[in-house]
Design a protein around this ligand. Structure first.
Ligand SMILES: [Fe+2]
Length: 339
């Protein structure tokens, strides 16, 4: 029965892919069948489509585009070595921290802007500010429509080294997908399932890379990002855990399959930058002592099987000259819809 389901999923995804190549959009249920196929094949089908995409879609000459240095610049050889580290371990901590000026700006942004709240494991309808968090609050998500208007974020998403690492890792020209920022709230409640505080894998596309930037100091009691090292590779992903599908996994179940030393907690002071392939099992450890503020950027190898939607930005709010130029000269930011 499972073999028939796997076969049907493959046929569905194969035709979805052809449709995507012809019309540049996903057909309904692509992501659903893609998740099934990923789980049935232990990720081998995901690798297969990712390789086809990198063959069909060439890298772009980033050196011919404006140089934007919001994070410390890395030379080509350093980018290569850093990418190898991500590929080996599922994540890598950037050797330099983000500058204080940007951190302070984003911290102030987090105090001045509204969020959608997750509490009691439910995404609530009400909109609140950080100052109005309650003892039941678990996570406060900022709105992408607000984040994308920020000057620093507009420059950061076209940072030359970030794009260069993404292009190197994805083995094709990157496509910007999302910017997210959220507060993880410290309290003595249970880890939040909805707030991604239990182990899980993401499946944003056939290949993608996320950049997490700590905007507050993070120690073991204030919500470090956790990775099960190497589990973005199909041969390291437990068939048993993957067969459960797109679900959250208890720590005990992870520890039955992987040794403790493979489970890494990433601690670091504010400004710490982590590049991660979140196809690996990962979670944000629940903070108990201090709230954690984090910024996340996502880049894909292609929009194929991507389940998100376009980021809307009005022309008046497009303040970054760099982003303007990138939008006019490349397809990297095609998911930003200028209105
Ligand atoms: Fe995740």
């Amino acid at each position: 029965m499972k073999k028939i389901q796997a076969y049907l999923s493959f046929v569905y995804i194969f035709f979805s892919f052809l449709f995507f190549k012809l019309f540049n959009r996903n057909i309904v249920h692509t992501h659903l069948f893609f998740v099934r196929l990923h789980c049935f094949t232990n990720g081998k089908a995901t690798d297969f489509f990712s390789k086809i995409i990198s063959k069909l879609k060439k890298k772009i000459k980033l050196e011919q585009l404006p140089t934007v240095n919001l994070i410390h610049f890395l030379k080509e050889e350093e980018v290569d070595n850093f990418t190898i580290k991500i590929d080996k371990e599922s994540y890598a901590i950037y050797p330099y921290k983000l500058g204080l000026e940007i951190i302070d700006n984003l911290y102030r942004f987090s105090l001045d802007n509204s969020t959608s709240e997750i509490s009691n494991n439910i995404r609530q309808d009400k909109i609140i500010n950080y100052q109005n968090k309650s003892r039941y609050s678990e996570r406060l998500n900022f709105f992408q429509s607000d984040l994308i208007k920020n000057n620093y974020i507009q420059d950061l998403i076209c940072d030359s080294t970030i794009l260069s690492i993404c292009q190197n890792y994805l083995n094709t020209s990157p496509v910007f997908a999302e910017v997210n920022m959220w507060w993880s709230i410290a309290n003595k409640n249970k880890p939040s399932i909805e707030g991604a505080q239990l182990y899980h894998f993401d499946l944003d596309a056939t290949k993608w890379l996320k950049i997490f930037i700590y905007l507050t100091d993070v120690d073991i009691n204030s919500g470090p990002h956790c990775y099960v090292e190497g589990t973005h590779k199909y041969h390291n992903q437990s068939r048993d855990l993957l067969s459960r599908g797109y679900v959250r996994i208890e720590d005990d179940d992870i520890l039955k399959k992987y040794s403790m030393d493979k489970c890494k907690n990433i601690i670091g002071s504010r400004g710490t930058i982590i590049f991660g392939d979140t196809r690996a099992f990962h979670k944000g450890l629940k903070p108990y002592d201090r709230d954690r503020l984090v910024l996340e950027l996502t880049y894909l190898n292609s929009n194929f099987a991507y389940n998100g939607c376009n980021v809307k930005l009005s022309n008046l709010d497009l303040k970054s000259a760099h982003l303007k130029e990138y939008i006019s000269k490349t397809s990297i930011f095609k998911n930003i819809e200028i209105i």
